[in-house]
Design a protein around this ligand. Sequence first.
Ligand code: SF4
Length: 402
Amino acid sequence: MTQTYFRRGFGLKAEVKPAIDAEYQSAVVERIRSRGFVDRFGDVKVRLAKDFGFCYGVDRAVDYAYETRHKFPDKRVYLVGEIIHNPHVNYRLQEMGIEFIYPNDGVFDFGHVTSEDVVIIPAFGVTVKDMKALQALGCILVDTTCGSVLLVWKRVKNYARDGFTAVIHGKHLHEESRATASQVEKHEGGKYLVVRDMSEAELVGAYMTGRAQRMSRDAFMNHFAGRTSEGFDPDADLAKIGVANQTTMLATESLAIGARLREMMAESLGDEHAETHFRSFGTICSATQERQDAVLEMMQDPPDMMIVLGGYNSSNTNHLAHLCRQYVTTYHIEDATCIDVDVGSIRHKPEIDAEAPVAVEMEWLPPAPFELGITAGASTPNNKIGEALLRILEIRGIEADL
Ligand code: SF4
């Protein structure tokens, strides 16, 4: 039988490497890295976080997408959603003739895909329902779902198998959280609930333990509308819970949410009860953790200002920027075009919310000499970091000698 499902690439790494390196590498970033992540350009000291940019999952997904194009030059190649949350990488793939299937109200329409086509599944994965629909089409599937995401899926499936409701710390519209939540469908009666932050975890904990100030059933269901599995009943389905999270959330918040829910259960129903009715497993991926840790390490001796690069809808980038803002003036920019060399301005998103309006600042560079910290989310290629840095230096009249 002809193989139609691939999740280990096509052995064409060497063939696509030159193109990937040429498109995503940066000489200035390599120079800073080779000098111990600290470098000086004129009167600007640049400090690069020790872990930044493309993670292993993104590296792999981009690699497979290029390999797929190389392997099937004459076939129609589709991508479900975006390969990663970076507009430039997505744009490059489109330029290579890969067609993106965007969801409509969260629903993908595969009506135009035929068994002759190739479909790439992004690093975030797809829902159980979408996977079944694609398999039924008989097309070639190139699955780039990250191993760290698969690990979370396994946890959630086990929760469902054992009768625990998966309480997922994440953004319910994010591709990864939707795919993760859908894993409960693999076991009959599997349930999930997605919580956005600690304040929502408190609502869940209060309801779960029957606290006096808990919401009414209707208010609870209204509040979490669209964020639970079908037929979710908070009176029955919060008896046993297992905590998981979108891999790119703030690690400290995910851990705190798990700990708080267990604490509330133990306070109300006893520690023994919590032992058997509560499960948790840290499912932040190591790449997200390392990027957050690298920023925290830098913040022990903060630079004068921080630039965080990455898509405004990139969860891990938003969390990196949020962490930095606790310590130092931080500008979350999408790419170098946010820095206008002619007028000297910067356009940035000043809040963690992906939809928050952008702001434009004129007097944003500190007086010289100053220290500039830089990091980037897991979906930002190095060339985008380098371009932004060169523009900042240009505003200060510094030409990097590379
Ligand atoms: S952020 Fe983590 S889970 Fe997501 S693609 Fe990268 S390594 Fe995988």
